[in-house]
Design a protein around this ligand. Structure first.
Ligand code: NAD
Length: 476
């Protein structure tokens, strides 16, 4: 049993009722277990964060920046252990686990820089009216709850923790019950750096623990990344308390391929967009819109590329794609394979679970999928690509936008004017042109429509944890 909760600067054992199994998805077997935090322990964590707030927000921005740089350095010192743990618990191929770690390091480094710039943001505001002066103060929102999923555990937590701490907030982080060991590193680093007790608290658990946090009336804000169904519950709790919320939710994103593309290059982008992290990405480009003039050449090459991917255990084999991270996700994706058969979809690749231990599925391609198919409209969260053809630019834009989600999109075309025009017309939070899943800490992350509320990363990620105050003085 692992001691797994970091509350008020101490590691404590869980007193909740749920026992959490931590699994190796490539074997379909547990390798650790821990008890969830109880509702009372969540309360202790929020109380600790409240108690630490005044002192933490009173530290200088450069002191907070030094701690953030410490997080970046300490993540680097734990490099091999964190890469291996992500491979073992998430089923990520090594190169993906490395990229996730580097992303988390870059995030702490970036927000250290933004923290250092904070004093210059607190400045005088020129007024047209005579007789008054005014100045701005960017203040921390306060005590924030952070609830995250399992697909990029180091990264989604870093995207919240780093800006929240930079802004001067104190936090209670609730990692996913599927990957509860990975974010332990953040508590260990807080210990190693001597971060004041209560500034960062970590409580592990399932829905009960998450709900105890999102319902807690001691929070000033909640930032949630996860599914739409849980996101709407989190929003209900926030609305009951008139409390701000950031929601990073699901997606069903389009990749639009025009017929002036190089076929081989387009295939590479499409494959990466749907098989990275075994398709378990909110930003997976799971709807392929391919122009008529290139479809006949592209689809067989895509089929071949998907069938040739090396799928296996990242800890023991050279792989391009690992297993799905949980049995629940594996069953969910298998359910979509069954639906595809019922709907009579044309399967060009995959469409089945692999006949081996662990939670593996084949990279899958369905062609000419009807617009009303559940596979075209619902987030599957697996390596399942659905394709449709289009004739004109207008049709591609209309079909790409015809979704309740609006997280990201990819546009592939040799005509850059057209690509930019299409990018501007897409109703999403982020568009990639002739590239795939390239996320930079300086650019924003977040979606329109059902994909969420608010933005992470960049200066917008910091603003999410700041409150604007103005002080106006009469000079008379
Ligand atoms: P999930 O919604 O099931 O769980 C997310 C977190 O919420 C977990 O920590 C979970 O324990 C917690 N939780 C569960 N029930 C809760 C409740 N009633 N109250 C409060 N918290 C509760 O999502 P998941 O399966 O972990 O992750 C997959 C989903 O996350 C997908 O829909 C994916 O698109 C989304 N996601 C979005 C982004 C983004 O940036 N937009 C990034 C990653 C994942």
């Amino acid at each position: 049993m692992t001691t797994s909760h970091y509350i008020a600067g101490r590691w404590v054992e869980g007193q909740g009722s749920d026992c959490i199994s931590v699994n190796d998805p490539a074997l379909g077997q547990p390798f650790a277990e821990l008890m969830a935090a109880s509702v009372g322990q969540v309360d202790q964590a929020v109380t600790a964060a409240r108690g630490a707030l005044h002192a933490w927000k009173s530290t200088s921005a450069s002191e907070r920046a030094a701690y953030l740089r410490g997080f970046a350095e300490q993540l680097g010192q734990r490099r091999e252990a964190l890469i291996t743990l992500q491979m073992r618990n998430n089923g990520k191929p090594r190169h993906e686990a490395e990229i996730d770690l580097d992303d988390a390091i870059a995030t702490f480094g970036y927000y250290a820089e933004l923290a250092e710039q904070l004093p210059s943001k607190n400045r005088d505001v020129p007024l047209a009216a005579p007789g008054f002066s005014a100045r701005t103060r960017l203040e921390p929102v306060g005590v924030v709850g952070l609830i995250v999923p399992w697909n990029f555990p180091l990264v989604t937590s870093a995207w919240k923790l780093a800006p929240a701490l930079a802004a001067g907030c104190t936090v209670v982080l609730k990692p996913s019950e599927v990957t509860p060991l990975i974010e332990q590193a953040y508590g260990q680093i807080a210990d190693a750096l001597g971060l004041p007790a209560g500034v960062l608290n970590i409580v592990n658990g399932k829905a009960e623990t998450g709900a105890a946090l999102s319902n807690h009336n001691g929070l000033d804000k909640l930032s949630f990344t996860g599914s739409n169904s849980v996101g709407s519950q989190v929003m209900r709790s926030a609305s009951a308390q008139c409390r701000p919320v950031t929601l990073e939710l699901g997606g069903k994103s389009a990749i639009v391929v025009f017929d002036d593309c190089d076929v081989g290059q387009a295939v590479e982008w499409i494959v990466a967009g749907i098989t990275w992290n075994a398709g378990q990405m909110c930003s997976a480009t799971s709807r392929l819109l391919v122009q008529d003039g290139i479809a006949e050449a592209l689809l067989p090459r895509l089929q071949e590329a998907l069938e040739n991917l090396r799928v296996g255990n990242p800890l023991t084999e050279e792989v391009d794609m690992g297993p799905l991270t949980s049995q629940a996700q594996w069953l969910k994706v298998a359910g979509y394979f069954a639906t595809a058969r019922e709907e009579g979809l044309q399967c060009l690749a995959g469409g089945k679970a692999l006949d081996r231990d662990g939670w593996f599925v084949s990279p899958t391609l369905y062609a000419d999928v009807p617009k009303d198919s559940r596979l075209w409209t619902e987030e599957i969260f697996g390596p399942v690509l659905c394709a449709r053809r289009f004739a004109t630019e207008e049709q591609a834009i209309a079909e790409a936008n015809d979704s309740r989600f609006g997280l990201v999109a990819t546009v592939c075309s040799a005509d850059l004017d057209r690509a930019e025009r299409v990018a501007d017309a897409l109703e999403v939070g982020h568009v990639w042109i002739n590239s795939v899943q390239a996320v930079f800490v300086e650019t924003s992350w977040g979606g329109t429509k059902g994909s969420g509320i608010g933005r992470e990363l960049g200066p917008w990620g910091l603003s999410a944890y700041q409150s604007v105050k103005h002080v106006t003085r009469c000079l008379g």
